[in-house]
Design a protein around this ligand. Structure first.
Ligand code: AMP
Length: 285
């Protein structure tokens, strides 16, 4: 069922709750692919009812980012959700979510995650991004009031920040983190892969190669973080504009001097002008 209005979703979920049903939420920005579908399938397997939100959230995009050209494919998304027997596709417009006013933190209440978690990785170049993410996720949590909410490890910093928000604000929702789905080539699926040329798709494999190489060096006994990071440079060419490559603790994004089984390597790199991110846990979780 496709719903656009907050009150309609609330009313439907209220009926489910009255029957004691377990509700799962999968927040997305649409342009659904197998990565999203893995979250949806897991939610369907673990919950009685599943809501998938499809909302390209304006307040998590910076002024020079791709909000206008972000792919919007609601019809195809709805068909994919129907095929998975999703109970509600919630696709509000910005007016429904935020009212007609100006979208800024002078006029709207924002949920802002702590500086320590945002002043690094994607948060460093995407100033305000995680304020926008936490604000919309908090709103979706309040609208749907799910028992479980599903997020991908693909956006590792995001899921760590959401878990922190849930803990700090005592939100009674369990966050389920799902593994990264990749193409056979190793490229992590992303709605932004649509912007890549055929050659760009090949060049983009470098992200995964760098991460796998770092992990295999760690497995062979290299633990010095700088030495591990340096192994990346032999893979990079003029086609790759590296934004960051970091190795942190996977639970709290603390810096480490020596890698261990709690380490995660995270990379952001532009290929063909498209900003891509990927990450790898040193020990699979
Ligand atoms: P997005 O539509 O990009 O906001 O993503 C919605 C959810 O899908 C987020 O929790 C993402 O982490 C997750 N996701 C996106 N791509 C993948 C992927 N390749 N594998 C697993 N989860 C993914």
């Amino acid at each position: 069922m496709l719903l656009n209005k907050i009150n309609e979703v609330r009313a439907e979920v209220k009926r489910w709750r009255a029957e004691g049903l377990k509700v799962g939420l999968v927040p997305t920005m649409g342009a659904l692919h197998e990565g999203h579908l893995s979250l949806i399938k897991r939610a369907k397997a673990e919950c009685d009812k599943v809501v998938v939100s499809v909302f390209v959230n304006p307040i998590q995009f910076g002024p020079s980012e791709d909000f206008d050209k972000y792919p919007r494919t609601l019809e195809a998304d709805t068909t994919l959700c129907d095929n998975e027997s999703v109970d509600i596709v919630f696709a509000p417009n910005a007016n429904e979510m935020y009212g007609g006013g100006r979208l800024s933190n002078d006029t709207l209440t924002y949920v802002c995650p702590p500086y320590f978690f945002v002043d690094k990785l994607c948060g460093k170049s995407r100033v305000g991004h995680f304020d926008g993410v936490c604000t919309v996720v908090m709103k979706l949590f309040n609208i749907v009031q799910p028992d479980f909410a599903y997020f991908g490890q693909k956006d590792a910093q995001q899921v760590i920040i959401i878990k922190k928000m849930v803990k700090d604000l005592n939100i009674p929702i369990e966050i389920i983190q799902c593994p990264i789905v990749r193409e056979e080539s190793g490229l992590a699926l992303s709605s932004r892969n649509k912007y890549l040329s055929e050659q760009g798709k090949k060049d983009a494999l470098v992200l995964n190669k760098i991460l796998n190489n770092i992990k295999s060096c760690y497995k062979k006994g290299v633990t010095d973080i700088e030495s591990l990071k340096e192994t990346a440079y032999s893979f990079l060419t003029e086609k790759h504009e590296l934004e960051y490559l970091e190795i942190y603790n996977c639970n709290d994004l603390e810096e480490q001097k020596e890698a261990n089984d709690e380490s995660i390597a995270l990379i952001a790199c532009r290929v063909d002008g498209v900003r891509l991110i990927d990450n790898i846990y040193f020990k699979e979780v």
